[in-house]
Write a protein that binds this ligand. Structure first.
Ligand SMILES: [Cu+2]
Length: 238
């Protein structure tokens, strides 16, 4: 069982292990899937030619089409990233960053030499973070799954991408390791809502995600129904 902790509770040794695992996924020698493959997969997901993947809300003919698989697709991406990291160090899980409550970049991931090594750019602006009231509205949302997903993807999710800025603002956002911590929090927010009295599941359980695989013999396209229980997937949030 993987336990995804709040980043503010990570020990120095846990940060060190996480950073070492990320380092081991970088560079030309890193076995596939390397870190850059997770970045390119997200870039592909945001390409207009892959609109049918329905990973994010995207503009079409002047209106926004909802990202129907926003939550399941990112849950799958994080799980595969975590499994990859655990081939390097089985003790490492993805921490989550509740940027609405802890409104500053985690210090361990703000080291300028690390950012230079990972080619990460940022333009931090805390004023772009969502407010506590926005998160509360998500946590207590009484409507449909699709309504919940659209609300969560908006200000709470988008605000942090914009607040971090740089890579995090664009399709190559996983370049910045904060992507994983932020999306773990989005995933946790969904899991908490699922477990709440308002929780509902996606209306398309038999739909299969795209792409079929990551191009390195690792299947990506699993059924939506296989991604609905974090307990079944083998991790929890504390
Ligand atoms: Cu995101």
């Amino acid at each position: 069982m993987g336990i995804r902790k709040n980043q503010k509770n990570l020990t120095a040794a846990e940060w060190k292990a996480l950073i070492a695992a990320i380092n081991a996924m970088h560079g030309p020698e890193a076995p596939a899937p390397a870190y850059r493959r997770f970045v390119s997969l997200h870039v592909e997901a945001m390409d207009m030619s892959h609109m049918d993947w329905s990973v994010h809300a995207m503009p079409m003919n002047g209106r926004w089409m909802p990202g129907k698989n926003f939550l399941t697709w990112h849950r799958r991406l994080l799980k595969l990233f975590e499994e990859r990291i655990q081939t390097i160090d089985p003790t490492v899980s993805i921490p989550y960053w509740d940027s609405i409550t802890d409104r500053g970049v985690p210090t361990a991931l703000a080291d300028s030499s690390l950012l230079a090594r990972w080619s990460v750019t940022r333009q931090w602006d805390a004023s772009k973070l969502a407010a506590a009231a926005d998160l509360l509205a998500v946590n207590t949302f009484p409507g449909t799954f699709s309504g919940f997903q659209t609300l969560l993807e908006g200000t709470v999710h988008g605000g942090t991408h914009n607040a971090v800025g740089g890579n995090m603002k664009g399709s190559s956002s996983p370049t910045d390791p904060l992507f994983w911590l932020h999306h773990a929090f989005i995933d946790k927010t969904w899991a908490d809502w699922q477990a709440s009295p308002n929780g509902k599941n996606p209306p398309t359980p038999s739909q299969v995600l795209k792409p079929v695989d990551m191009g390195v013999g690792i299947p990506f396209g699993v059924k939506v129904s296989s991604l609905l229980s974090i307990n079944t997937l083998g991790y929890s949030y504390v």
